[in-house]
Design a protein around this ligand. Structure first.
Ligand code: ZN
Length: 284
């Protein structure tokens, strides 16, 4: 997960843009009239997310929606797909939100090209947040598809929200163990995590099948660097290669964050006796 600040764009911005080229004047008026509602919902979302209580809000809103469906629910969902994704003015806002992902990387897996925006709280169950920018997260097609329409059966069974969750604030939690190929990625809980955060980080890791995907991503990075690594080792020995690998890891952490998969990979290589002595000569 790549953490970034929530967007400054508001639901008023997306609503206005998505409605601008709406042909049906009656529907347009009706949807624009929802601005106050949507802004209030956005405020609530932000408040609960900042208090780490978004799950409670989601469950509450989902049950309320089941009992009394939003009269514009269908229109709000369509406003996302047709107005925000499909029409020019809306699309500009959509692209702006997508472009916030550093290096164009999916915020959920930290690799892969951004395909679309993922609704953190699913629009099917919660149409009120269908076009709410703080609920829209740049993601790759694969992550978006793997996440699906779930809210979470329990508070711990939820994927992380890149705008609000900060599991890596106090250190590195994504670890790559390298005692042979393929690389084994896993989560190492940090001391300040509570049980729920621990469960969520694991859940996020499993939902997006990150152990397998990261191992797969690693192959090309390792392959590209091995020749250089062999050169460094033949000239300066193991200590020189160790230094080089730690330096590369630190540099990568500064650019992509301490818990990006390729930062973890580089720390893993630097601390792997197996890699330094044997792995550097073996194709992954
Ligand atoms: Zn992804």
């Amino acid at each position: 997960m790549i953490p970034i600040d929530p967007p400054a764009m508001t639901v008023k911005d997306t609503l206005t843009a998505a409605c601008r080229r709406l042909q049906d004047p009656v529907l347009k008026k009706r949807l624009l009239a929802r601005e106050a509602d949507l802004s209030a919902a956005e405020k609530k979302y932000t408040y609960f997310a900042e208090q780490d209580r978004l799950y409670a809000l989601a469950i509450y809103e989902r049950d309320a929606e089941k009992k009394t469906p939003d009269r514009d629910g269908v229109h709000l969902k369509t406003l996302y797909s047709a107005g925000l994704v499909g029409r020019r003015d809306g699309r500009r806002k959509y692209d702006e939100l997508k472009a916030r992902a550093p290096f164009g990387r999916c915020l959920l897996c930290g690799n892969s090209e951004i395909g679309s925006l993922d609704h953190h709280l699913p629009k099917e169950a919660l149409p009120l947040y269908a076009i709410c920018p703080v609920n829209l997260v740049p993601a790759c097609g694969k992550c978006n598809q793997m996440k699906g329409d779930r809210i979470g059966i329990t508070a711990g069974q939820r994927t992380l929200h890149p705008y609000y969750d900060r599991p890596g604030e106090t250190g590195r939690y994504l670890v790559a163990d390298i005692t042979g190929w393929p690389v084994q990625f896993h989560i190492q809980a940090l001391p300040n995590w509570d049980a729920e955060l621990r469960a969520r980080v694991e859940y996020h890791f499993d939902t997006f099948q990150l152990a397998d995907r990261y191992a797969e991503f690693s192959v090309s990075v390792v392959t590209a660097d091995q020749w250089l690594h062999r050169q460094i080792r033949s000239e300066g020995g193991i200590p020189a290669l160790t230094d080089h690998l730690y330096e590369a890891a630190k540099q990568h952490a500064r650019t992509h964050g301490p818990n990006a998969w390729d930062t973890a990979l580089r720390y893993g290589l630097a601390s792997s006796d197996w890699y330094l002595h044997h792995g550097v000569d073996e194709a992954p």
